[in-house]
Design a protein around this ligand. Sequence first.
Ligand code: GRF
Length: 203
Amino acid sequence: MELPYPHPMAGVPIAVLISGRGSNLGRLLEMEPESAYRVVVVIADRDAPGFEWAEKHDVPTRIVRWSDHANRESFTASICDEIEAFACELVVLAGFMRILAPVAIERFPDRIVNVHPSLLPDFPGAHPVEDALEAGVDETGVTVHVVVEDVDAGPILAQRSVPILPGDTVALLHERIQEQEHDLYPQVVDALAAGRLHRIGEE
Ligand code: GRF
C-alpha cells in the first residue's frame, strides 16, 4: 500500500484528533524525536487553531466537518477512513470536542486514548475544571484513559493530581492542569507505542 506521507521514519504512526488550540498536540510533536511514536496526521472537526502545530512540523492535516454528515455514524466513519488511510496504529484524542460513534471503537479497539482534565471517575463531561472548583474539593488532576463507548469511562492508563489552591479560578486551575497534561500525555503515548504500557486486551 502506498502511504500518503513520506514514511521510512521510525516510530509507531499515530493520528491526533483536535478541535481547539492543540497545546497537547504541540507537546506531542515537541517530544516526538525522543519518543516511539510519529504523528502522521492531525484531524479536526473544524478549522482548529491547533493546526498551526501540524504545519510547523510538516504533518498533514485533515478536516472532517460535523455539518457535512447526516449523523454521528457517518461523521465517525469518515474520520476512521482518514486514520486508516495513514495506517495509524494509535488514535490520540487531544481536546477533540465530538463524541465518536461506537464504530470507531469497533474499528480501532483499545487503540483510542484520551486526556481528560480531572481525576476520573470524578468530574466526567464537558466542564470538569469548573465542576471540580464548584464542588470545593482539595485536588483535581489529569487522567489518560482508553476510549470506550461510554464517555470518560474507559480503563485508566495514568493519572496526576493537581492541588486546588485558595483563590483559584477556572483559568488558573486549568493552566496548572495543562502543565501536567503536557508532561504526562506524551509519556503515556510513548509508552504505548513502545509496548511498555499494554493496552487492554494484550498479554
Ligand atoms: C485539555 O485540557 C484536555 O484535557 C481536554 O481538552 C483540553 C485540550 O487542550 N480534553 P488543548 O487543545 O490541547 O490545548
